[in-house]
Ligand binder design. Structure first.
Ligand SMILES: *[C@@H]1O[C@H](CO)[C@@H](O)[C@H](O)[C@H]1NC(C)=O
Ligand SMILES: [Zn+2]
Length: 269
């Protein structure tokens, strides 16, 4: 039996200035940083297990770390509900794997989530539904969007539709591609919007979040589609790092040629 692996990743970034700028086509949400310009958040992925597979224990530790760091929000890199996403926006798994699990005071913040491949095996649109936000106002999941926090911009990218295998060899799984339309134009448009937003960004820190790894030495390994299509855009626009889930292990991979890309900064204190 494969073990679910949950991890948290902490980041603190400090800033001085505040600059405003024009928006691109991706939906843009703003989240102000603390008065001193600092911002901290937790990142986790691959988690919704109704508390099992040590989800509750990880949640407890997240609560402690979240308090210590006085986090501003939480980022989820997808595979939010195992095994097959949510069945509808009334699926109890939402409360049982989210609301009733992340109960610590420090975790009562906005959560920004993307979808993972497991989420696409259920009713993918359920996780995007405002109904969930009425049940738990912390929840906010969109396919691709931007969180703008003054000098940091976080670009969330819907990576599941990039992966050819889910279309050509779905095996026993059924993927919910409603709202995506044909794969090619969806990806082309997404990359165009992302590229424009990255190019126009004047943020000091540019962070990209997706579910699938670009490069990985883990079980799933590299995602060739993202190496071919996403990575060149990230490199051309000097993003500081890319953060992902999916491969159930903690890795820090640096791009030795460019020195900037795929380079998480972990500052625990
Ligand atoms: C929970 O974590 C403990 C300690 O790391 C480990 O021994 C155990 O196998 C985990 N349980 C599950 C169901 O993953
Ligand atoms: Zn996954």
């Amino acid at each position: 039996m494969s073990m679910s692996f949950l991890f948290t990743f902490t980041i603190i970034i400090s800033f001085g200035l505040c600059i405003l700028y024009a928006s691109a086509e991706l939906q843009r949400l703003s989240h102000s940083s603390k008065h001193d310009g600092a911002l901290s958040f937790l990142v986790l992925g691959d988690w919704g297990r109704r508390g099992a597979y040590n989800q509750s224990q990880v949640s407890f530790q997240m609560g402690k770390v979240g308090e210590k760091l006085d986090i501003d929000f939480v980022v989820s890199t997808g595979d939010n509900f195992y095994d097959n996403g949510l069945t509808s926006d009334h699926d109890n798994a939402f409360q049982e794997s989210f609301t009733q699990i992340y109960t610590a005071k420090s975790l009562q913040k906005q959560w920004y989530s993307v979808l993972g491949n497991h989420d696409y095996r259920g009713d993918a649109e359920a996780q995007l539904s405002p109904v969930l936000r009425e049940i738990d106002s912390r929840w906010l999941c969109l396919r691709s969007f931007i969180v703008d926090s003054e000098l940091v911009e976080i670009f969330f990218v819907d990576t599941t539709p990039f992966v050819e295998e889910y279309f050509t060899e779905p095996q026993e799984h059924k993927y919910d591609w409603r709202g995506i339309g044909p794969q090619k134009p969806y990806i082309t448009n997404l990359l165009k919007d992302l590229e424009l937003a990255l190019r126009e960004s004047t943020a000091k820190w540019k962070i990209v979040v997706g579910h699938h790894a670009i490069r990985s030495v883990g079980h799933h390994g590299d995602t060739q589609e993202l190496i071919n299509q996403l990575l060149p855009i990230l490199q051309a626009n000097n993003i500081d790092f890319y953060m992902n889930g999916h491969d159930h292990c903690l890795e820090h991979i640096s791009d030795t040629e460019r020195g900037t890309c795929l380079q998480p900064h972990s500052v625990p204190d």
